[in-house]
Design a protein around this ligand. Structure first.
Ligand code: HEM
Length: 385
């Protein structure tokens, strides 16, 4: 957590660029693709945290979605790779031009890996010295400087880690942000409550970016909105397998007292989608209702929120993810509103453009939840108030 607190200025610098870019769309009639914008934000931030450098995707006119698209291609192929893993090995061994010809979509995914490899090599051979003088930690410089045994620090091993890290950092936080924006624009009362709460810690618009993360984390309604966003965003939709290699796993059904014994080496998996739609814990579970986290029983629901999974293999980026979610939500909604939810000093309003529930609801599991085929993401038009 401490390292994320030290990253707050880095995230905020990227958010300032993001807010500037949003302003540029005001009254232009151009469509702002929030899915691309948030992916660019996530990609920039995770790259700085990982390698002390980034591609400044937020500054590009179309938020350069190439990394996002390549990651999505890889994830869409995940079910095939899971069952026929050698396909990926074959593709990796083939010359680039042949992969491009055989499977153009997969070529972009392999390119993502090559880029990750180049980043690692640049750090190892001293070409990337960007980390010097930075007052926040960077992941791969720290790993390479650490006392880990050398077989844990091979280029191949670190490249795999870097690829997962960049993909995770680009897609997941972005999809949670998109989903929250969608629901807040659909539910003005929810948005108004959030905006009113944000004003209590940022009375003036000049306070944006100056409030410590801990202050934002203490805001009950913002926290409830984020929890609800994480619940309906699921994190990862696939079944995350766990195997106990040595011992049987014993499960006792509390209702019937029946005991289930799962033998060692058995793969057991569960998807967060089912848990998050358990109507006993989350009545009317498809509804975006932050209030469910605030009522008397709200605290007890925390243990059923598994978007980051639980235990020793849970998300390693959880603190960074929360940091990005709180800071982004706070700075957008302090100054942007919707037609029916505004503050007197807002700079403008966002209005959904050709975007509906099927652009956020899960229609397929591609490791991450995937909306309808052909969805263009969450898109808005931006107006002055
Ligand atoms: C809202 C945002 C995020 C959600 C919901 C999320 C969720 C998850 C989940 C469910 C897993 C799988 C854990 C398991 O196998 O049990 C995971 C793994 C992972 N996440 Fe995240 N994540 C988010 C953001 C991030 C960010 C920003 C980073 C980058 C720092 C990140 C880095 C990773 C990595 C590297 C893994 C693999 C861990 C491993 O192999 O053990 N995640 N994440």
């Amino acid at each position: 957590m401490a390292s994320v607190t030290r990253l707050q200025p880095v995230i905020q610098e990227r958010l300032d660029v993001m807010l500037r870019r949003m302003n540029e769309f005001r009254n232009t009639d151009e469509v702002l693709n929030l899915s691309y914008m948030f992916s660019a934000l996530g990609n920039d931030v995770v790259s700085i945290y990982s390698f002390a450098r980034c591609d400044y995707r937020l500054e590009t006119p179309d938020f350069d979605p190439t990394s996002r698209d390549a990651a999505l291609v890889g994830l869409n192929a995940i079910h095939i790779m899971k069952h026929i893993p050698w396909v990926y090995d074959v593709m990796k061994a083939l010359p680039d031009s042949l992969v491009q010809w055989l499977q153009p979509a997969l070529a972009s995914f392999l390119e993502l890996k090559r880029t990750a490899r180049a980043q690692i090599e640049n750090i190892i051979d001293g070409q990337n010295e960007e980390w010097r003088g930075k007052n926040h930690p960077t992941i791969f410089h720290a790993i390479l400087d650490s006392k880990l045994p050398s077989h844990e620090k091979t280029v191949e091993r670190l490249t795999e880690e870097a690829q997962v890290l960049v993909m995770a950092g680009t897609l997941t936080t972005a999809s949670t942000l998109e989903l929250m924006v969608f629901w807040l624009l659909r539910q003005p009362e929810t948005l108004q409550k959030l905006k009113n709460e944000l004003r209590t810690v940022m009375p003036s618009v000049t306070d944006i970016g100056k409030v410590p993360l801990a202050t934002l984390e203490a805001l009950p309604y913002l926290t409830a909105v984020i929890k609800e966003g994480l619940r309906l965003g699921y994190g990862v939709s696939t079944r995350l397998q766990r195997i106990d290699p040595d011992k049987p796993v014993v499960f006792t059904d509390k209702a019937t007292r029946r005991e289930w014994i799962i033998p060692p080496k058995t793969s057991v998996g569960m998807t967060s989608v089912q848990l998050h739609h358990n109507e006993e814990n989350f009545p009317d579970s498809k509804k975006f209702a932050p209030e469910r986290w605030l009522q008397g029983e709200g605290k007890k629901l925390d243990k059923y929120l598994v978007s980051f999974c639980k235990g020793s293999r849970s998300c390693v980026g959880i603190n960074l993810a929360y940091g990005e979610l709180y800071l982004t939500m706070a700075c957008i909604w302090r100054i942007w509103g919707s037609q029916d939810a505004t503050l007197s000093d807002d700079v403008g309003i966002l209005s959904l453009f050709e975007t509906d529930i099927r652009d956020v609801e899960i229609e397929a599991d591609s490791f991450i939840p995937t909306p309808r085929k052909g969805s263009k993401g969450i898109r808005v038009k931006v107006y002055k108030t």
